[in-house]
Design a protein around this ligand. Structure first.
Ligand SMILES: Cc1ncc(C[n+]2csc(CCOP(=O)(O)OP(=O)(O)O)c2C)c(N)n1
Ligand code: SF4
Length: 278
């Protein structure tokens, strides 16, 4: 088995949800390598934040992006070398506040990258400011009286952006999350896996997730209606059940392949032009 561990000391807080996520990611990558994906073709692109330290803990090719900009870096890497399998790790602050437009456009253009959105529902590394998915009432550094805003539903936003693969896992359901990541990487086109994870230091909702999450099975992955009904089942509040699983998956043209077709035809035109004038 490929060794994915590194010598870097882990600096996550004891009990952080990122540990479960790391275990699931390692399991998924080991499986992908065992089933034939060359290790050197797997690239980890991270952002800035607690979650993004995962680049230090995986013995894989990796690139640290700027905060909120890792998706753009990942798209550039994929465009330069379409053979690579790219996993982008970023927090909800990066994906849904600082870099929200990158997420929307990557989904819309169906860039063949895999976005793993580590949703602990606040900016954790900077000690607890609210984000677009923080619950109403969250008290933190930037909302000492409690947030007065309702959270957005990022998966609904992904549906509206025409993402071709939308899933949700929970960091403490490691085997389930591992399988979702394998499916996401095997999908041709853009994939979004939201990972719910407790930040034990600034927003510890572990008990809520342990009680409320359940593994949903969607028999009709191409149905927008079915996906939306699962996605709308939980509105990032403290009520109801929280479905996990693969909610939506369709095949459609991939951005890098379409761009490559244009490039190839332009190169052919250019060669013809050269021959004509030589
Ligand atoms: C452009 C920019 N803005 C702000 C920061 C400061 N900053 C560093 S980490 C961080 C919080 C990261 O939160 P999130 O993306 O949710 O990841 P988490 O730490 O929760 O895993 C912020 C605001 C930065 N490094 N760069
Ligand atoms: S601050 Fe929160 S997210 Fe960051 S390492 Fe600690 S528990 Fe994990």
């Amino acid at each position: 088995m490929e060794k994915l561990d590194t010598y870097c000391p882990n600096t996550w807080c004891p009990g952080c949800g990122n540990f479960g996520m790391l275990q699931a990611v390692k399991g998924a990558i080991e499986s992908l390598i065992a089933s034939g994906t060359p290790k050197e073709n797997i690239v980890v692109v991270t952002d800035i934040g607690c979650n993004s330290k995962i680049a230090d803990y995986l013995n894989l090719n990796s690139f640290y992006g700027l905060h909120g900009r890792s998706i753009a870096s990942a798209e550039g890497i994929k465009m330069a070398n379409p053979n690579l399998k790219i996993l982008v790790f970023l927090g909800d602050g990066a994906a849904l506040d600082e870099g929200i437009s990158h997420l929307i456009h990557a989904a819309k253009r169906n860039s063949d990258i895999n976005v793993i959105l580590l949703n602990n529902r606040l900016f954790a590394l900077t000690t607890g400011q609210f984000t677009a998915v923080s619950p109403k009432g969250l008290k933190g550094r930037s909302t000492p009286e409690g947030s007065i805003e309702d959270p957005i539903n990022p998966l609904e936003m992904m549906m509206a952006s025409n993402a071709s693969f939308i899933a949700r896992g929970y960091a403490l359901k490691v085997q389930h999350l591992k399988n979702l990541i394998i499916e996401a990487v095997s999908h041709k086109g853009f994939s979004l896996v939201e990972v719910l994870e407790p930040c034990v230091s600034f927003f510890n909702n572990m008990q809520f997730y342990n009680e409320k999450t359940y593994e949903a099975v969607n028999e009709d992955l191409s149905s927008r209606e079915k996906a939306m009904s699962l996605i709308k089942e939980w509105n990032y509040d403290s009520d109801g059940k929280v479905p996990l699983g693969l909610f939506y998956k369709i095949e459609k043209p991939v951005y890098e392949e379409e761009m490559n077709k244009i490039k190839t035809s332009k190169e052919a035109d250019f060669l013809k032009c050269l021959q004509k004038h030589s």
